[in-house]
Design a protein around this ligand. Structure first.
Ligand SMILES: *Cc1c(COP(=O)(O)O)cnc(C)c1O
Length: 429
């Protein structure tokens, strides 16, 4: 297990802005005595030539081994910017983690060091063929000041699924990382593990070199000063993911192709894309979030929460899975949800035709996105084939189900409700 080594600034975020931290580079000051430095080099060498301690026989590629962690403290730490000025993903913690992999030797010892640019050969495969994947998760500070992760096992599993799909190495072991979590309510530390192919050679081949790195960004509440429902453009000529493709993996290459459609949606007055698939215009995802629709049943008796099934075109979101589980489990009454007898929870296909019809019948109660950054993001309008479908969001700008889910998730993430999904970092070390 890794980190939580270099502690945060007391009570603060412990981060540098991107500008400030890049001014530290390229040579972060290493205030190590030469003896300590030598010891660390020897330690690293021992680790790189992985051999049986008894026989000296080489033992094959090494797993990622947190016990070999090398820490180079960034002594040049700046005061963190005030939490109130944080913009999502623009400030970073002043340390990062890196671990290099090679197909023959396996994982080199992981290192925590100053946040700094990477140096890569321009022929590195990452720049040409995009072997790249990432994860997104958050660390929270609970009421007692303890640090908590939310379902980190799911991110680890998804990271390895993504790696397998694009022939990057598995990140084996229980590596986890963290430090510097803002403590104000609603604030957290966004954690971004990334794995890229780095072999310096042109040619479309599985890479022989890879780099795992993890950066962290203190972030504020997604909705400052009230909920802001988003309007979606549903353009059937744009496709995010398709059967047999890679839409269900968190690969870097999935995202650049979504930028132009998003700009176009914005130029038509919509904030995000509603991604459709197929002749019958099945709803899949909203922007980079999973999608939930709340319907009143025909005839008016009972409600249904619908999300598209994991059929290869949907990213298996941790938030999606959590909302489904909470809704299905809700004999432990969640305030604001219809009673368990009245509520059906469905993973099923849902088409624009069905959404339009429900809208006309007054049975379309809510649509919201679900993902780590915002937890839920209410939708108030969908533009489709030249017409707008309006979705009620009420005076608060958020529907009852979305709000109930948001509150329950926050309670679990912050440890206000004890739940096995919320893991105290101390228990991982
Ligand atoms: C990351 C992501 C999600 C949400 O996943 P979470 O694990 O809930 O954060 C949904 N859709 C896409 C396309 C994503 O990249």
């Amino acid at each position: 297990m890794l980190l939580k080594r270099l502690g945060a600034h007391p009570g603060g975020a412990g981060q540098l802005s991107r500008e400030a931290s890049s001014s530290l580079t390229p040579a972060p000051r290493l205030r190590m005595t030469s003896n300590a430095f030598l010891r660390q080099c020897q330690h690293q060498q021992r680790a790189a030539y992985h051999s049986d301690p008894m026989t000296g026989e080489p033992m094959g590629p090494r797993d990622l081994d947190a016990s070999l962690l090398v820490v180079e403290e960034n002594k040049d730490r700046k005061a963190p910017p005030p939490s109130s000025t944080l913009v999502f993903g623009h400030s970073f913690s002043d340390h990062m983690l890196t671990a290099a992999w090679n197909s023959k030797t396996g994982w080199a010892p992981p290192a925590i060091h100053a946040y700094r640019p990477l140096t890569l050969d321009p022929s590195s495969v990452i720049f040409h063929y995009a072997p790249s994947l990432f994860e997104g998760m958050k660390a929270y500070k609970d009421v007692q000041g303890r640090l908590r992760l939310f379902r980190p096992d799911m991110n680890m599993k998804r990271l390895n699924n993504s790696a397998h799909r694009i022939a990057l190495p598995p990140v084996n072991g229980k590596e986890r990382m963290l430090h510097g979590v803002p403590s104000e309510p609603g604030y957290s530390l966004y954690i971004r593990p990334t794995l890229i192919g780095t072999q310096a050679a042109l040619g479309v081949h599985p890479t022989n070199d890879a780099l795992l790195f993890c950066i962290m960004s203190p972030v504020g509440p997604y909705f400052k000063g009230g909920f802001k429902p988003v309007a979606l453009e549903a353009d059937p000529t744009r496709v995010r993911a398709w059967p047999g493709g890679t839409g269900h993996y968190k690969l870097g290459g999935n995202y650049a192709p979504t930028l132009r459609p998003q700009m176009e949606a914005a130029s038509h007055g919509y904030q995000q894309n509603l991604w459709l698939f197929g002749e019958d215009h099945k709803l899949t995802e909203v922007g980079t979030m999973n999608l939930f629709v709340v319907l009143q049943n025909e005839g008016g008796n009972g409600y249904e929460i619908v999300t598209p099934p994991l059929n290869g075109t949907i990213l298996p979101g941790v938030t999606r899975d959590s909302i489904l589980t909470l809704a299905r489990d809700h004999y432990r009454e969640i305030e604001g949800l219809p009673s368990a007898q009245e509520l059906t929870v469905s993973e099923r296909e849902i088409t624009m035709g069905e959404v339009q019809q429900a809208g006309k019948d007054g049975r379309l109660l809510e649509i919201f996105g679900a993902g780590t950054a915002a937890v839920v993001s209410p939708v108030d309008r969908i533009g489709f084939q030249g017409q707008d479908i309006d979705i009620p969001v009420g005076p608060e700008g958020i529907g009852k189900v979305a709000k109930a889910m948001l509150n329950r998730m926050n309670d679990i993430q912050l440890g206000r409700i004890e739940h096995p999904w919320s893991v105290c970092i101390e228990d991982l070390l």
